[in-house]
Design a binder for this molecule. Structure first.
Ligand SMILES: Nc1ncnc2c1ncn2[C@@H]1O[C@H](COP(=O)(O)OP(=O)(O)OP(=O)(O)O)[C@@H](O)[C@H]1O
Ligand SMILES: [Mg+2]
Length: 277
């Protein structure tokens, strides 16, 4: 079992996370040492010889809550603002990768016309492999900011992403059923925080697919407040976001002055503020 130095939680934490290590990696000592590897890696996730890299991951164990839509448009918004961004598609469904590969035949932007590279990287291949490959992608792209789009359902990739991240964004749709999934995602990120230094990753809840003027949208902030984490500016449900994805474009390329693009500017501002805290 990993010899943790977490003094805040003492033996109880050692036992809990010893069990968690076994849950994630099984009982083999090789796998447990893998877990130690990812923990030490997270304490310095800057690739050798490059500037500081900051990592934002978008996690929610529930499908269809807007993770990919948020990850790719947030990444693109930050890239358009002059940041050197890399979007990592950690979802085996490859939604972000497919979006990036939409070509002129689909009426979309030319391949390569996106403001940031999109690289596919399976988080369930194991934490050390993920970290090593991520370092290589970051160096190749000379990226200073990474956005990770994570898969639904599997909690381990979400934990791996959270362990590496400075900020975890948890999209939450205004459905009571989705709040439980959001709670799970928040707990995953908090688990990563406890396993690290007790400070990172920071967590922000992102109201997602909001339908204006509905009771559910109105009540969401109060429901989210119960999760005890800061609430980011929300993303409204808009056809323009779907149209942009169909065309393989970012919302800023498709409709730069749209309310949807403005919402992503606000989300980018919130996220950058959190990165500097
Ligand atoms: N703000 C929005 N407005 C309109 N449609 C949206 C919005 N956000 C997401 N969608 C649509 O909802 C569906 C699910 O969105 P998305 O793929 O981003 O979710 P996800 O959480 O990444 O899903 P998965 O868990 O399957 O990866 C897609 O059809 C997407 O176009
Ligand atoms: Mg997705």
């Amino acid at each position: 079992m990993r010899e943790t130095t977490d003094k805040r939680h003492g033996q109880e934490t050692r036992t809990k996370y010893g069990n968690r290590e076994r849950e994630i990696y099984g009982n083999s000592s090789i796998m447990i040492s893998s877990f130690s590897y990812i923990l030490s890696a997270t304490r310095d996730h800057r690739p050798r010889g490059s500037a500081t890299v900051q990592i934002i991951s978008v996690i929610n164990l529930k499908g269809g809550v807007g993770k990919t839509t948020i990850a790719l448009n947030l990444a693109a918004t930050l890239a358009d603002q002059g940041r050197r961004v890399l979007l990592i598609d950690a979802d085996p469904q490859q939604s972000a990768t497919q979006w990036a590969q939409q070509g002129p035949a689909a009426g979309g932007a030319k391949p390569g016309a996106l403001p940031m590279p999109v690289m596919s990287l399976r988080a369930d291949d194991g934490a050390p492999q993920f970290k090593t490959a991520l370092d290589q992608f970051v160096q190749a792209a000379q990226a200073t900011l990474v956005v990770i789009d994570s898969p639904p359902e599997l909690s381990d990739p979400a934990l791996v992403a959270a362990l590496l991240s400075d900020v975890v964004l948890v999209p939450v749709t205004p459905s009571p059923l989705d709040l439980w999934a959001a709670q799970q995602a928040v707990e995953t990120a908090r688990e990563a925080r406890t396993l690290r230094d007790g400070v990172k990753p920071l967590i922000s809840l992102v109201p997602s697919k909001l339908v204006p003027h509905t009771v559910l949208a109105r009540d969401l902030p109060a429901a989210l407040a119960a999760l005890g984490e800061p609430i980011a500016p929300g993303i409204t449900q808009r056809v323009a976001l779907i149209e942009a994805i169909v065309l393989g474009q970012t919302i800023r390329a498709y409709a730069k002055t749209s309310p949807a693009a403005a919402e992503f500017t606000a989300l980018a501002r919130h996220t950058l503020r959190r990165l500097t805290r």
